[in-house]
Write a protein of this length. Structure first.
Length: 292
């Protein structure tokens, strides 16, 4: 009798353990799938943005190179025709016919060259205006944020864009996604400038250091989640302050774009930041390129 009771107890315990394992495994699987989906969405967004920027850059460089090449070719043809005209005049062979034909060709080439020079000048004008707009935007943002410490906030121009870099200590407590009041103040002042700059797109990039987040942090698995959630929270504050949400793209870069790769406390503090990247729209420039 005792032997039968013992066997029954063992079977009951094994069943309970199996059921518990299934529940835990399903929860872990669901969590992993949710995290995977979030990362795939973020990755797709970043890849799309990267592809778009690379395509824009390639189009600009190719158009400018094509115009320069055409200009050089036309100038060479012009010189050749002028040389041919001079030779014909000197030799006296078919003077009238050659003269009329060569003049007509030179005039046509001159007209084509002038048209391409005008298009190149227009392209350069727009590029100059874009550079001036970027410099003006940087000055306006810098003036709006004058009251903040340089260690907490910097504004600079890189690759034709304005980068507003905000240190973690200005925005968040360690491991938190809630923006501190002083950080909210800075973001609202930035939003006041962006509301008046309708021709500027905004990307909010969250960056972390290489130290993993604390185990058990609610709603987060790793630094990917932390960087994305921080960028999203900042985007929400900008939108609530009046910036058109369709112009703002939040993204998380985790630990993978450090400013300083050293393993020191100072380097890690520098890497924990949020970068707000301001890019002027180039619609007028693209219209010119489409007619090239």
């Amino acid at each position: 009798m005792r032997k039968h009771l013992f066997k029954a107890s063992v079977l009951l315990l094994a069943g309970s353990l199996s059921l518990s394992s299934c529940v835990v495994s399903k929860k872990k699987y669901d969590d992993l799938m949710a995290r995977k989906n979030a990362l795939e969405v973020d990755k797709a967004g970043l890849q799309k943005e990267k592809s778009s920027l690379e395509k824009d850059k390639s189009s600009l460089e190719a158009a400018k190179a094509s115009l320069e090449e055409e200009r050089a070719k036309l100038e060479q043809e012009k010189r050749e025709y002028e040389a041919s005209l001079a030779k014909a005049l000197k030799e006296g062979k078919s003077l009238s016919e050659t003269l009329n034909m060569s003049k007509s060709q030179v005039e046509r080439l001159n007209a084509d060259l002038k048209a391409r020079e005008a298009r190149l000048a227009e392209l350069q004008r727009i590029l100059d205006e874009k550079d001036a707009a970027v410099a003006n935007l940087r000055n306006r943002v810098s003036n709006a944020l004058l009251g903040f410490n340089d260690k907490d906030l910097t504004v600079e121009v890189r690759n034709g864009k304005v980068y507003v870099s905000l240190a973690e200590q200005l925005l968040f407590n360690s491991g938190s996604t809630k923006v501190d009041p002083k950080g909210v103040d800075a973001l609202r002042k930035l939003a006041a400038v962006l509301k008046e700059q309708q021709d500027v797109n905004v990307v909010v990039e969250g960056h972390t250091d290489d130290v993993p987040i604390a185990r058990g942090t609610v709603g987060m698995q790793d630094n990917w989640d932390l960087s994305v959630l921080r960028a999203t929270e900042i985007t929400r504050i900008l939108a609530n302050a009046g910036v058109d949400p369709t112009r703002v793209t939040p993204s998380g870069r985790s630990k993978y774009v450090p400013l300083d790769e050293a393993k020191t406390k100072e380097a890690r503090q520098k890497n924990r930041r949020t970068e707000i990247i301001l890019t002027p729209k180039l619609d007028e420039l693209f219209q010119i390129l489409e007619t090239t």
